[in-house]
Design a protein around this ligand. Structure first.
Ligand SMILES: NC(=O)c1ccc[n+]([C@@H]2O[C@H](COP(=O)([O-])OP(=O)(O)OC[C@H]3O[C@@H](n4cnc5c(N)ncnc54)[C@H](O)[C@@H]3O)[C@@H](O)[C@H]2O)c1
Ligand SMILES: [Fe+2]
Length: 403
């Protein structure tokens, strides 16, 4: 058995190599439309493209509440043909991707418009990748496995959380093993995105809180990552500032358009930060809570975040102090250690304010070794975490989240 300190050297070298790749590779960004009714501006821009037969990928709930109505009316007015696939469910599986792909093929669609949260956007990304790459989803999962340009993809996020509208990632689950298998490739970044806060005013408070905390986790994990660069730092700090300022209002007063629009922007900035700097242990553990118990992604992150920050605080004190300053928490001449602690305490306080529990009710002690193994495998081969943990340490950390 290789001693853990040797293993850590290997993980750090891997991350250094990844940082070079990320700095060298071009990361595309979508053409962005932002503000009230920007979703309709996006439709107008799509009409200027060659694509005239869209597959709309969404979830049934959004169709039911009429969230797509003004978008489909606009497409009708513009003479753009479309067919709707609304079978996406939270934490989409390979089956839903294949179903959506079958609809795309049957109707000869030449582009995809995703309208929804991270689940719809991620399913759409993989449908587009599958449409042009003749490989099963399992072989698209991992880094840089999408060899051919994907079917043109346009996205309209309806939650302010995942940042999927700008990231190189799509998270889809294996329906048999329930394992979450991220596809990570710059080729899956959408061509255009619209941040339209008017589509988010009906998002229930608990989903607003959880998805907003997901965006905060992206910003924080990207900022304390060893692979952070000045560009990702700027986006992470901007996102943190906006989230601290606007998330409490968006949760309490869902109809507040200013808060909704700023949260949409914050989520986009946080996406820009983590698409290059990566995330960390919080996401690695949260993905497995999702895989084992179907815990909504943002909720899982919110529960795990304070624990991982406590563990990482000595290695990331200065960075956590900067996040505290971006959150407006400096009141005097506190040193960085005090500020770092203030930031962690503030995250806990926010969760309390949003009725997010500090523990995971579904978590079974007997599952912890397997959850830990999967989480460490994901984290150590994908993320540049500031302080590494071994199986025992991680099991102890997760045990603190048992009821
Ligand atoms: N690609 C990435 O970079 C990335 C990053 C983080 C998370 N993810 C993935 O994204 C998924 C989670 O996405 P999510 O948190 O956006 O949630 P989601 O897309 O699963 O949606 C959650 C619920 O909110 C409802 N909803 C969405 N928008 C609504 C609106 N405007 N009004 C009313 N109800 C609305 C949906 O119908 C659904 O029931 C997970 O699978 C996660 O792993 C992806
Ligand atoms: Fe996330």
């Amino acid at each position: 058995m290789i001693p853990f300190s040797f293993q850590v050297t290997g993980y750090k070298n891997l991350q250094k190599a990844l940082k070079v790749v990320v700095k060298t590779l071009p990361f595309p960004k979508p053409t962005l439309f932002s503000g009230t009714d920007s979703s309709l501006e996006l439709c107008e821009a799509v009409a200027q493209m060659d694509n005239k037969n869209l597959l709309i990928v969404t979830d049934a709930m959004l169709v039911k509440i009429g969230l797509l109505d003004k978008i489909t009316k606009k497409l009708d007015d513009l003479g753009i043909k479309y067919i709707i696939y609304d079978g996406v469910q939270p934490d989409p599986t390979y089956d839903q991707v294949e179903e959506g792909l079958a609809v795309l093929k049957k109707h000869n669609c030449d582009a995809v418009l995703a309208v929804g949260g991270g689940s719809s956007m991620d399913a759409a990304k993989v449908i587009c990748a599958r449409a042009t790459n003749n490989k099963p989803i399992r072989k698209l999962a991992g880094m840089f496995k999408v060899f051919k340009a994907i079917t043109p993809l346009y996205v309209i996020p309806t939650t302010a959380g995942t940042g999927s509208e700008v990231t190189v990632a799509a998270v889809v689950s294996d329906p048999v093993t329930h394992e979450k298998t991220p596809v990570m490739d710059p080729k899956i970044v959408p061509l255009m995105a619209a941040l339209d806060g008017t589509l988010m005013t009906g998002l229930p408070a608990h989903i607003t809180a959880a998805t907003g905390m997901d965006a905060l986790t992206h910003a924080v994990e990207a900022y304390i990552s060893a692979n952070a660069i000045p560009e990702t730092d700027a986006y992470a700090l901007a996102a943190t500032k906006l989230i601290m300022q606007y998330l409490p209002t968006a949760v309490k007063d869902g109809g507040n358009l200013e808060a909704r629009q700023n949260m949409a922007l914050a989520s986009y900035y946080a996406g820009l930060a983590f698409t290059k700097a990566g995330v960390g242990y919080v996401h690695a553990i949260a993905h497995n809570f999702g895989a084992f118990y179907h815990t909504p992604h943002g909720l899982a992150n919110s529960i795990v975040l304070p624990h991982v920050l406590e563990y990482s605080k000595e290695a990331a004190t200065d960075r956590l102090a900067k996040l505290a300053e971006a959150s407006g928490l400096r009141t005097g001449r506190e040193g960085n250690a005090k500020l770092a602690q203030k930031f962690i305490d503030h995250v806990r306080q926010l969760c309390k304010e949003f009725d997010i529990p500090p523990v995971l009710e579904a978590l079974k002690p007997e599952d912890i070794p397997a959850i830990t193994r999967n989480a460490l495998k994901e984290a150590h081969f994908t993320y540049a975490v500031p302080k590494y943990m071994d199986q025992n340490t991680c099991e102890n950390l997760i045990s603190k989240m048992v009821v």
